[in-house]
Structure formats: structure tokens, C-alpha cells
Design a protein. Structure first.
Length: 82
């Protein structure tokens, strides 16, 4: 792939963020349009630019997502001391 330019034409990515509004402001500063859904059951902000969509979700240092096999996976810090 050396010397080749790769261009993403479509992209949907979810980013957990402890400060959604601050994160959205950064993306707006680089040309994204922010559409907030802060009153939704699960508050989030959608960011759009060209054919790219980013969904910011509120993070309390844990992120839960569904994998390709439809299993729910949680990632985050443990409060336990080992």
C-alpha cells in the first residue's frame, strides 16, 4: 500500500465522551455539523461532515456496545482493588 492514498467515503463511528458538548465543539471547529439529542433516553450528539457520521455518547468511564454476533460488551474501569 506504500504510495497509495486511501479515502474513506462512508464512516459511522461511536465515541464515548465524558464531556460531549466540549468534544462536539472541537469537531465543529474542524467543520463538522453537530445535532444534539440530549433529551433522548440515551443522550448523544451526532456529528456530520461529508459522508462521515460520528455519534458521541455520554461516558462514565464505561462503554457498552453490541458486537457483530449481537452480544453486549462493556468496557471500562473496575472499581475493585486487586
Amino acid at each position: 500500500m506504500e504510495g497509495r492514498i486511501v479515502i474513506f467515503t462512508n464512516c459511522l463511528q461511536m465515541f464515548p465522551s465524558p464531556a460531549m458538548e466540549k468534544t462536539a465543539a472541537f469537531y465543529q471547529s474542524i467543520g463538522f455539523i453537530a445535532v444534539p439529542y440530549l433529551e433522548a433516553k440515551e443522550p448523544h450528539i451526532c456529528l456530520y461532515k461529508d459522508r462521515i457520521e460520528i455519534v458521541l455518547t455520554q461516558s462514565n468511564q464505561e462503554f457498552v456496545f453490541e458486537d457483530i454476533d449481537r452480544r453486549w460488551i462493556a468496557v471500562g474501569k473496575s472499581s475493585k482493588t486487586y
